[in-house]
Design a protein around this ligand. Structure first.
Ligand SMILES: NC(=O)c1ccc[n+]([C@@H]2O[C@H](COP(=O)([O-])OP(=O)(O)OC[C@H]3O[C@@H](n4cnc5c(N)ncnc54)[C@H](OP(=O)(O)O)[C@@H]3O)[C@@H](O)[C@H]2O)c1
Length: 323
């Protein structure tokens, strides 16, 4: 391999972040994580990754520390860890995520890094029914997209105006060993609480978290090993989803099959909103049928799990082995 890249990940102790640390380290890169405090720094150390203590929302030594890196990755989630965001919190979460991303862009600019990767999500497109969604589709964010989507274009403009080479990632629902799949969905199946919300006919776009991490590896290497751009760089956007978006109902049937359980019954949308909150309900009933051709052709991304049918049994296996 070429000279290893020095990569810093903000959010490295999070669900996606941990898989990024693992995948980038496995490629031989020198990976550091930005952790908000020493406790979270320990999580990074356990992953074999050196922590830098800092918060993207406050000025601090992390801004200078970033100067020694080639590539920075932002994979942060606003709000409190372990606390589901609510509709009421959307304005403050949007501000917090936008500030975190802006501060990282500015630090990358000041530190003269080769470039930056930022994380958003396909819910930022909003509900597009059965229509296929590519990176040019207009965005009308709903659900969790409400606090990650509205600032995408302003942030792209900021990166371009600061001559920061940036790639913006739009993952689908990332399933694997951790987060909502492990901590919410599988226990709901085990306890007979899993439900299709509404008709279940909305499309959802998924990605196995290990495939997602591979796309970041390709993107980081493209940034790190390319010659500096001669002209002002244009921010590139990538949907990171598998080959086969499926309806909510089909998805839950796939998970049920992999667990050897019956397909779950339905509950009305209003009942779900009362139980799980409006923001979550909007997210799981939002129809996004996203295409992944751009990531495949421009990043050379290949998927180990091109469909949920391949990926869900592998994810369940990984979780069971860890228990
Ligand atoms: N999970 C999915 O299925 C999915 C799908 C599509 C898009 N996304 C997007 O991907 C991103 C990461 O998601 P995730 O599921 O990995 O979230 P997560 O597990 O909650 O991890 C987020 C990480 O960000 C860190 N963080 C938050 N604010 C920070 C700040 N101001 N400075 C430094 N670090 C900060 C957190 O630190 P602490 O550890 O100290 O709390 C945590 O380690 C989010 O933007 C999310 O919207 C996720």
């Amino acid at each position: 391999m070429a000279v290893p890249l020095k990569i810093i990940i903000a959010g490295g102790a999070g669900f996606i972040g941990r898989h990024l640390v693992k995948a980038l380290s496995a490629r031989g890169h020198k990976v550091y994580g930005l952790a908000k405090d020493r406790m979270r720094g320990k999580v990074l150390e356990e992953l074999g990754c050196r922590p830098i203590i800092g918060n993207l929302l406050t000025n601090g030594p992390w801004e200078r520390a970033i100067e020694k890196f080639d590539v920075a990755i932002g994979c942060t989630m606003p709000g409190r860890r372990g606390q589901a965001p609510t509709m009421k919190q959307v304005p403050e979460l949007l501000k917090s995520h936008t500030d975190a991303c802006s501060n990282l862009i500015l630090a990358v600019h000041e530190g003269m890094l080769k470039g930056l990767i930022l994380t958003f999500g396909v819910l930022s497109y909003g509900d597009h029914g059965e229509e296929w969604v590519d990176e040019e589709t207009p965005r009308e964010p709903i659900g969790y997209g409400r606090f990650i989507g509205p600032a995408v274009h302003a942030l792209a403009h900021l990166a371009e105006s600061k001559q920061v080479k940036a790639k913006f990632m739009f993952p689908g629902w990332a399933y694997g060993n951790g987060s909502w799949f492990k901590d919410m969905l599988l226990p709901a199946f085990e306890q007979g609480r899993a439900r299709v919300v509404g008709s279940g006919g909305n499309y959802m776009s998924f990605v196995h978290v290990e495939d997602l991490a591979e796309a970041y590896v390709q993107a980081a290497e493209e940034i790190g090993y390319s010659p500096p751009p001669e002209e002002r760089p244009v921010t590139e956007m990538f949907n990171l989803v598998d080959d086969q978006p499926m309806t909510q109902k089909e998805w839950l049937s796939e998970v049920a099959r992999a667990l050897g359980k019956p397909a779950p019954p339905s509950i009305p949308v209003e009942e779900c909103a009362q139980q799980a909150g409006e923001l979550w309900t909007e997210s799981v009933t939002c129809s996004v049928r996203a295409k992944n051709e751009r990531a495949k052709s421009r990043l050379g991304w290949t998927l180990q799990y091109p469909t949920v049918h391949d990926g869900v049994p592998a994810a369940i296996d990984a979780i069971r082995k860890e228990r």
